[in-house]
Write a protein that binds this ligand. Sequence first.
Ligand code: P1T
Length: 389
Amino acid sequence: MAKSKKQSKQSFDTRTIHVGGEPDPVTGAIMPPIFQTSTFVQKAPGVHQGYEYTRSHNPTRTRLEECLASLENAKFATVTASGLSAAMLVMHHLPKGSKILVGDDVYGGTYRMFTTIFHERHNFKFIDTTDLKKTEAEIKKFKPAMVWLESPTNPLLKLSDIAGISKAAKKANALVLVDNTFMSPYFQNPLDLGADMVLHSMTKYINGHSDVVGGVLMYNDKKMNQDFFRLQNSIGPAQSPFDSWLVLRGLKTLAVRMRAHEQGAIKIAKWLENHKQVERVVYPGLASHPQHKLAKKQMSGFGGMITFFIKGGVKESKKFLQGLELFALAESLGGVESLVEHPAIMTHASVPKKVRESIGLSDNLIRLSVGLEDVNDLIADLENGFNKK
Ligand code: P1T
């Protein structure tokens, strides 16, 4: 639940390395120690040095929270055990019976949480938030307590106008949360665009090495911070000190990784666009992306995720996926190694087929997370996939 030491004069790259990464004041160790402890000794009952019990807080996690808050230009950050547990805290933070307007293309696990766990506590309405006018009208009509956006969405890479929606939500007293997992704080900062909360699955780009599951919420409101502390402490989805330390380590290269992910993704997206076995490529950096203009306006880059529709259906998709070697067939994204997956069968299987079809999440859709391997090797691998007999 750390408050950021806002070092706004320093660049993003510098802050990834130095905020929360200060040498250990006791020994001078340049890398912060891992406080691998469950509890903290008290001098007298209630007399402690700021830490009591690792479920509530831990110095390694505090360092990570300081760094993350700084990178997202937030005053506060709350690190949790997974991206979904960060979402769970938000669901408990909102008063019972809240109306929540949600983008119609969100991560399958988020959809499952809203429709099968929290549907009894809150009232969810899913709409296409890419249409600003329609979203503004819906905010007026539905009167939500919160607008929940993913931008770009998983897996269709649709964008929502964060500044426009935040303005309309503010007028209607609604909070705006943006799941910024796909862009990472390097390419997009929703709080600067008027959102109230940012959520990341740290499992993805923030950690970047596919060896940790984690989540984080970033925001500016002190009361919110007190409530998230209460909820974290009372419900218990705290991240372990070792995992927080690994994320701190991964964060140091976030800026260089994001630039490299994007460089590879742009080349691959353009190559796919000219491939005869590809029906359509979706990548916010392509001029053909329906919201390319908005992407240039609200993001400082386009990221490393590509979605494309292969010519054919499930049969052709499976053949392609089985022909790949470098791209590992796995759920998740944002790691140094390239991953590929079939959303309809894998990450979004919990979204009913009818709903998937209504939003264009079809059976010939393939999602790539472009890693940091040599891009020519990746392209050769994709060609092998297309040539698989
Ligand atoms: O897996 P977890 O750390 O709990 O994060 C959930 C989550 C939240 N938001 C977005 C946009 C996500 O993509 C995810 C997790 N997504 C995958 C595992 C995936 O393969 O898409």
